[in-house]
Design a protein around this ligand. Structure first.
Ligand code: KG4
Ligand code: ZN
Length: 334
């Protein structure tokens, strides 16, 4: 079965083709970072318009790369939510229209399920069950994954997501949006011992997170520090150390509590190198199997949606009807 995957939940237009036997055949991504950069955040209306403009050219690109024809496509998977309503509507309108025209089944995929299953696209995929640390711009969660659709949230952020905190502190330090990766670059030049930021909610039991206090801590430190390159780099370093350490402590706790010794890291912040290093060290010490999607599949992409949709279509799931009913706010497992 060949599945066309479509991702339009936020500011990346992603398209991919996944096949049962050969796996991922092709994928293409258009990032809207440039479109939103000058506003310091994603502007929903601009996001929708850009998805609309880029969808057909991207589909043409992936088809051309594989020599496949439209008639070879057996099913369509699109991101049904959560995300920006206008952006989701673009993807669902394309998906349902293609389904009708090409007479193939359509399935709506939960964006977070896409992220959780992204490591399945790699050569050495994890088997079930595993713990997933999902760290993106919109989410910070620890989830126990027993199988397709069997997700239990062990803990999540009570306020800001880790990526959101990276972006807000990045903005404070004068970096363009989204500042996560640039902040991490800046932190390399920072002195780790100059400032010590708290590790929020690690002194009490449980697996929830909170990152908004760290953002305030960064702001207060910033006010007391000279705003030269070194001062900024030192703050970036202290902030990144605190986020990485906090995520590490909670992952360790989740592994011990659930006795599941397989950890999958997904979402944009999963691209963070110090986090990867820290989790690698911990996993080696604890005998835990650790899985990362490749860097380009950590952030939003069409491949993860094609994969998740393929699994669901193979299991017989179908979205009947032509209603456009994306779900902007949608809990995982609900
Ligand atoms: O998964 P994603 O593409 O979007 C959401 O669905 O939210 O994640 C984007 C987030 C942004 O907040 C971005 O700043 C952050 O991931 N990010 C990073 C790094 N690369 C991306 N944060 C820290 N270090 C990085 N290297
Ligand atoms: Zn995402």
């Amino acid at each position: 079965m060949i599945v066309l995957g479509i991702e339009t939940s936020c500011d990346d237009t992603g398209v991919a083709l996944y096949e049962t036997q050969r796996g991922l055949l092709a994928h293409a991504l258009h990032s809207q970072t440039q479109v939103h950069a000058e506003y310091g955040g994603v502007i929903p209306e601009l996001a929708s318009r850009d998805h609309l403009r880029k969808m057909l050219p991207l589909i043409k690109t992936v088809l051309a790369g594989t020599q496949l024809k439209i008639s070879d496509i057996d099913g369509i998977a699109y991101t049904k939510g959560p995300g920006l309503m206008g952006a989701l509507l673009v993807g669902s309108a394309f998906a349902k229209t293609f389904g009708l025209l090409w007479e193939v089944p359509v399935v709506g995929v939960h964006h977070l399920e896409g992220h959780l299953l992204a490591p399945m696209l790699e050569k050495n995929p994890p088997s079930f069950p595993f713990i997933a640390l999902l760290v993106s711009g919109g989410h910070t969660m620890l989830i126990s994954v027993k199988g397709l659709g069997q997700y239990k949230i062990l803990g999540e952020t009570l306020d800001d997501a880790a990526g959101e905190a990276f972006d807000k502190v990045g903005k404070l330090l004068g970096l363009p949006y989204p500042g996560g990766a640039l902040l991490s670059e800046m932190a390399k030049r920072g002195e780790s011992k100059r400032f010590h930021f708290p590790r929020p909610m690690t002194d009490r039991p449980g697996l929830d997170f909170s990152f908004s206090g760290l953002k305030t801590f960064a702001l207060n430190t910033f006010k007391m520090t000279e705003h030269d390159d070194q001062g900024k780099a030192d703050i970036a370093r202290a902030f990144e150390d605190a986020v990485v350490d906090t995520l590490l402590i909670k992952c360790k706790r989740a592994i011990i509590q659930t006795k599941i010794n397989r950890l999958v890291v997904a979402g944009g912040v999963g691209a963070n190198q110090p986090l990867r290093e820290a989790l690698k060290n911990m996993s080696e010490k604890m005998g835990v199997e650790l899985y990362f999607p490749r860097l380009e599949f950590c952030t939003d992409n069409g491949a993860m949606i094609a994969y998740a949709g393929h699994e669901r279509l193979m299991a017989g799931e179908r979205e009947e009807g032509l209603d456009l009913d994306p779900i902007a706010r949608w809990g995982l497992g609900a």
